[in-house]
Write a protein that binds this ligand. Structure first.
Ligand code: DC
Length: 216
């Protein structure tokens, strides 16, 4: 079973997919965390070295996909927190528009999906990574609602105001949707789920129904 979920920043993909994974016995894969890891590594290495490292890095997800460590040669580094830092967030859209980086990560994601029943979320899962997934969902919400959720989520962890978070999201939407390679778009065969006025449980229930229908 392959469930592919795409959607813009702050649409609630991670929260929703983690819960759906548990209730439907699926592996959860957060591809945004993989792009964030590459953005983090790009702060340390030049492009040639970076490409070499991404080819061989092992992404080790644990705790139902909430934690991530990178294994490079015999070194293991827990990057769970650092990949959510403002510094990494500010460069990740740029890094993820690199065609070669996308090719390497797409391949790794497809290999993981080959041997697991999975729910995978990101920006190009329904269109590029798993175009033949059993269930394809485009999750969204109004930009104001997404900024509000993000503001509540990071409350106390950053000194950013609601307006600054809203501006960040608008900028990331623009970069993710208008880049040349694998832009964020809703494919015709994806199920559009607007969560602006739905509770978390309602969204989980809706996706659960689609999975059950497919499983027959
Ligand atoms: O889901 P997120 O906000 O953690 O993702 C971080 C960035 O990674 C996002 O700005 C776009 C990029 N990304 C991507 O280009 N393709 C994916 N499949 C997942 C994320």
């Amino acid at each position: 079973m392959q469930v592919a979920v795409d959607g813009p920043a702050g649409s609630g993909k991670s929260t929703v997919c983690k819960k759906v994974a548990i209730s439907n016995d699926l592996m959860y894969l957060d591809t945004g965390a993989m792009y964030r890891s590459v953005a983090y590594l790009s702060l340390k290495f030049d492009r040639d070295k970076l490409l070499d490292i991404i080819e061989k890095v092992e992404f080790i997800f644990s705790d139902n996909g909430s934690k991530l460590s990178l294994k490079i040669d015999s070194m293991i580094e827990d990057v769970t927190d650092i990949i959510r830092s403002n510094e990494v967030t500010s460069i990740v859209s740029d890094v993820s528009s690199d065609e070669l980086i996308r090719k390497i990560l797409t391949n790794k994601q497809q290999v993981i999906a080959l041997s697991n029943d999975i729910i995978m979320e990101g920006r190009d899962i329904t269109t590029v990574v798993l175009p033949n997934a059993d269930v394809k969902i485009f999750l969204t919400a109004s930009v104001e609602e997404r900024a509000k959720r993000r503001y509540e989520e990071v409350n106390g962890l950053t000194d950013k105001s609601y307006d600054e978070i809203l501006a960040d999201i608008i900028k990331r939407d623009d970069l993710d949707s208008n880049r040349g390679v694998a832009p964020l778009i809703k494919s015709d065969d994806s199920y559009a789920l607007d969560t602006t006025t739905l509770t978390l449980d309602e969204v989980i229930c809706e996706i659960g129904k689609l999975i059950v229908e497919k499983r027959g």
